[in-house]
Design a protein around this ligand. Structure first.
Ligand code: MN
Length: 240
């Protein structure tokens, strides 16, 4: 059995004279722990080449990062909008649409759940603290990335429930945006107690799952979070 190859866009991070391509090591470690081979795809590669690599890959992972350009969902930017990268938006939105159309397994994390929703026609809450009354704190302490900040309620009869169990699950949280208007076809499978959407999936596909928290930073300590990666990788195993 060959090892599943997972395509992961890798963005440029930071400014200044020597910008670097950057991806959190924990995403890669969580996949390696399941026997997958991460294929890091630099943002800037043209869509034709990205499509060719998509065809060769067994799955797609979308990771955390800055905000999607609000123009993608026909809004002007809120003052707190940060880190917009139009080339990254273009590449990741294309990958999310291709994965949905081709029924290729996808696992999207944090910014990734927002990319998936925008790619399929939805919109985002541009700033939770300012726009959602009575919202919980969703911006955790970056020096304690694995720490639980709030719970989510996972819907029964969902892919997510099969992976981490239905009901209350404690998660970390590092986001100031969230899904607002849900894209048609997506189903909400987890919410925080304040109503913020924390998990969505596309039913009827092999494995099309997105979460708002960062399971890669909890996976070393939490078997349920590591299971999110290994179930995704198993869904990607080529059936040849
Ligand atoms: Mn949260």
């Amino acid at each position: 059995m060959s090892q599943p190859r997972i395509l992961i866009p890798i963005p440029v991070q930071g400014e200044g004279p020597r910008p670097r391509f950057s991806l959190g090591e924990n995403y890669v470690k969580a996949l390696l722990a399941c026997g997958a081979v991460p294929l890091l795809l630099p943002v800037g590669v043209g869509l034709d080449e990205a499509r060719a690599l998509f065809e060769q890959a067994d799955g797609v992972m979308l990771t955390g990062g800055g905000d999607v350009n609000p123009a993608r969902y026909h809004q002007s930017p809120h003052p707190t909008t940060y880190g917009v990268d139009d080339a990254r938006d273009e590449l990741e939105i294309a990958l999310a649409r291709w994965a949905a159309e081709a029924d290729k397994p996808l696992f999207a994390i944090c910014r990734g759940i927002q990319v998936v929703n925008v790619a399929l026609g939805g919109s985002l809450v541009q700033d939770i603290p300012e726009l959602v009354p009575h919202a919980l704190r969703h911006s955790g302490d970056h020096s304690r990335r694995s720490e639980v900040l709030h719970t989510v309620r996972v819907e029964t009869n969902s892919l997510l429930a099969r992976l981490v169990g239905a009901g209350e699950v404690g998660v970390n949280s590092f986001h100031h945006q969230a899904i607002d208007r849900l894209a048609s076809g997506l189903v909400i499978t987890a919410r925080a107690p304040d109503g913020i959407i924390e998990g969505v999936e596309l039913p009827g596909l092999r494995h099309f799952l997105a979460v708002q928290w960062h399971p890669e930073d909890m996976a070393a300590e939490r078997a349920d979070m590591q299971a999110l990666f290994c179930s995704f990788v198993r869904a990607c195993v080529p059936s040849r």
